[in-house]
Design a protein around this ligand. Structure first.
Ligand SMILES: Cc1cc2nc3c(=O)[nH]c(=O)nc-3n(C[C@H](O)[C@H](O)[C@H](O)COP(=O)(O)OP(=O)(O)OC[C@H]3O[C@@H](n4cnc5c(N)ncnc54)[C@H](O)[C@@H]3O)c2cc1C
Length: 385
């Protein structure tokens, strides 16, 4: 196992200070290792996640070589040739587990933002104090965007939040963590080859969730109650002005509709075989309040906005992979982690085999199946799935 940094590198280097997992601690399970701390219903800090993964590396005796960067992987007649910062390796098979979130995805028009406005991504944002005083435009209303918008508004910086497509979820539903429902109802176990629109499922943004001791819901109603202003999706910059889409109302209604559909799925599951016994009665939540009027543009030279935080998602980095298996959007072409080139495999990508694939609790089932395939490949079997 080659790791360019240290074990749990992304949790050490690529997270902001206040981040906690949005998955409850009891859900942090890796093969042979479970959370056994005092607060199974709490949410781990980045430091605790780092310790958990370090412990797993020890418990599993994983043969990790840290401080070794893979700089190229090429096909050979009988497998792959891997070049690293420390040497050369020949091998029959390669598992790409380099992560789905190696770089922040930021629109090109960031270059047109006036230089007087500071820009940050989740990789270089640490805490509110690292931004200048004054207004902040947070772009993106998924997990990262809603968490940073709330933290910045509470720090006294007036926040405007640019909202595109998003996934609204309550923190708790019928007395249980909403991710308990995802797990128990089987939604998270839905398989990649059974989904109607797999590429859409793979592009779905992260849910609007935050892990706090109060188990608070952090939806857009909670943010507007804090005083945050909502605007539509940021579409372009023209003459120093940020131009926003007029589709905010639709984006809000669609997210409400989808949340209700998911809650219906949970309710249906709960009515079978007396499963509703341990949960509270059915709940429905207030619609997202539509702002009376929304601004369609904002002058970035006026001084109102002093910084922009791009919470517009992440993408993987395969610049080191010299095998033609990456599509024009920079995503790996694979079927359930079996990459188009024999002997090449992937783990840890969105909906790789199941909806839960990119979560810590999702790796065990995926890894077992992918490694079975890999073992068959090494044994010279004709591959199935
Ligand atoms: C902001 C954020 C919040 C998240 N919150 C949660 C959560 O609440 N709950 C949850 O279950 N999951 C969460 N996740 C998903 C989380 O990242 C995964 O659960 C888990 O960390 C993925 O592990 P991984 O090993 O697949 O990828 P990563 O953690 O990204 O690890 C990939 C490793 O590969 C190394 N690497 C990359 N390229 C090379 C190279 N060329 N050579 C050598 N090494 C290389 C990197 O240094 C890194 O250590 C979150 C992700 C993000 C980005």
């Amino acid at each position: 196992m080659l790791e360019r940094g240290e074990v749990a590198n992304s949790w050490r280097r690529e997270r902001w200070d206040s981040l906690r997992l949005l998955t409850p601690s009891w859900q942090s399970r890796l093969p042979g290792l479970r959370y056994e701390g005092p607060e199974p219903d709490g949410y781990m800090t980045s430091g605790e996640v780092t310790e958990f993964i370090e412990r797993f590396a020890k418990v599993s005796s994983a043969p990790v070589r840290t401080g070794e960067t893979v700089t190229s992987v090429r096909c050979t007649d009988d497998g792959y040739h891997v070049t690293t910062s420390l040497g050369e390796i020949g091998c029959q098979a390669v598992v790409i587990a380099s992560g789905a979130c190696n770089e922040p995805a930021v629109p090109q028009f960031r270059d047109a933002v006036p230089a007087s406005v500071e820009q940050r991504t989740p990789f270089d944002y640490r805490d509110p104090a690292s931004l200048p005083d004054g207004g902040v435009l947070v772009v993106g209303a998924s997990a990262t965007g809603v968490q940073l918008a709330a933290e910045l508004q509470r720090s006294g910086r007036p926040v405007t939040l640019s909202v595109g497509e998003h996934v609204r979820l309550p923190r708790t539903y019928r007395g249980r963590d909403v991710l308990w429902w995802m797990d128990a109802s089987g939604v998270w176990d839905q398989r990649h080859d059974e989904l109607e629109d797999l590429s859409r499922a793979r592009r779905l943004p992260s849910p609007q969730l935050v892990g706090t001791p109060e188990r608070a819901t952090l939806d857009l109603n909670a943010l507007t109650a804090l005083g945050i202003e909502l605007v539509g999706r940021w579409a372009a910059v023209r003459d120093g002005r940020a131009l926003f889409s007029g589709g905010l109302r639709n984006a809000l209604s669609l997210a409400d509709l989808k949340m209700d559909r998911l809650l219906d799925t949970f309710d249906e599951w709960a009515t079978t075989d007396g499963r509703a016994a341990g949960v509270d009665p059915v709940e429905r939540f207030e619609r997202t309040r539509i702002p009376e009027s929304t601004r369609l543009q904002l002058d970035l030279r006026s001084g109102e906005i002093r910084s922009v935080v791009w919470a517009t998602g992440f993408h993987p980095d395969y610049s080191w992979l010299q095998v033609p298996v990456v599509d024009e959007k920079g995503q790996l072409r694979h079927d359930g982690g079996v990459v188009e080139s024999p002997g090449l495999y992937a783990l840890g990508l969105p909906v790789l085999r199941r909806r839960k694939s990119t979560f810590i609790c999702g790796i065990e089932d995926d890894a077992r199946e992918v490694i079975n395939h890999l073992a068959g490949h090494l044994a010279g079997h004709r591959p199935g799935r």
